[in-house]
Ligand binder design. Structure first.
Ligand SMILES: Nc1ncnc2c1ncn2[C@@H]1O[C@H](COP(=O)(O)OP(=O)(O)O)[C@@H](O)[C@H]1O
Ligand SMILES: O=C(O)[C@H](O)[C@@H](O)[C@H](O)[C@H](O)COP(=O)(O)O
Length: 243
């Protein structure tokens, strides 16, 4: 197969194709002909992302953008904040940053949830969504999660059963980092706290910025977007980059 070129001659609209295998040395000798190949929508997306993690520090707009993206794309929406045990939320509301013991079990729960999701999508007619009746099975998912450190993202990547830890090969889990300057973030979290809209203390922003770490050289599955744009523009940007 290595020395072959593949030609797809589409002779009927949509799914029906005529496959010929031609010799690479341009002899144009047809080895197989008149073979019908049926390609169902989605069935070739073997490495297509299934879970989009919208990440960044507090106030970067994860929930706002994630909800809008999920709504626009009809994806499932998951908010990592909904998976915290009460003790974590109590700590954060008092302005105490979480430590590793607080975070790791939380991230592992998120990983397991995403793994179930990926399994559901993969086993849904082998990725061919058209005939599915269970709506939830065919939906990809958006997860909002700060995922500030490389090691935290690595836990989430292992939701993909094919992902080899430490390989950083892009797989089923993709990250979108909402980048914004500190002044913008401060304004947002202060306003949100003043409105009493979130359990997280605004004072934790600095500890989150201190923790934030992106490794451009290895983590090729992170797309950086401008988090200062209006939410709809960010969603359009995400769609044009990774969807
Ligand atoms: N792109 C944006 N432009 C303007 N305001 C935004 C934007 N994204 C979020 N906000 C506002 O900033 C605050 C924090 O947003 P939120 O989505 O809760 O961030 P996060 O989930 O990252 O903590 C909210 O009051 C929200 O309305
Ligand atoms: O939306 C936010 O304001 C934050 O994301 C917030 O909810 C918090 O950061 C995490 O849930 C805790 O996790 P970390 O301390 O690991 O960010």
């Amino acid at each position: 197969m290595e020395n072959s070129l593949y030609y797809l001659h589409q002779h009927q609209p949509d799914h029906d194709h005529h496959l010929s295998i031609l010799n690479q040395h341009h002899q144009q000798q047809e080895i197989i002909s008149n073979m019908n190949l049926h390609i169902n929508k989605g069935s070739l997306e073997t490495d297509a992302p299934m879970v989009f993690v919208i990440m960044g520090v507090s106030g970067s707009g994860k929930t706002t953008v994630g909800e809008l993206l999920a709504k626009t794309m009809e994806f499932s929406f998951l908010d990592a904040d909904d998976f915290h045990p009460p003790a974590n939320k109590e700590k954060m509301s008092k302005g105490i940053p979480l430590n590793e013991e607080d975070r790791i079990p939380w991230l592992e729960t998120l990983r397991d949830t995403l793994r179930t999701k990926i399994h559901q999508i993969s086993s849904s007619s082998h990725g061919s969504y058209d005939d599915d009746t269970d709506d939830d099975k065919k939906r990809k998912a958006v997860l909002c999660c700060s995922a500030l450190q490389k090691k935290y993202r690595e836990i989430l990547r292992t939701a993909d059963p094919n992902y080899k830890p430490g390989s950083y090969v892009p797989g089923r889990v993709k990250f979108v980092y909402l980048k914004a300057p500190v002044e913008v973030l401060e304004n947002r979290v202060n306003k949100r706290a003043a409105e009493g809209k979130h359990f997280m203390s605004a004072s934790l922003l600095q500890s989150q910025l201190d923790l934030l770490q992106i490794d451009d050289s290895q983590e090729k599955d992170i797309t950086v977007v401008d988090g200062t744009l209006p939410p709809q523009d960010i969603v359009n940007d995400i769609r044009s980059h990774i969807l």
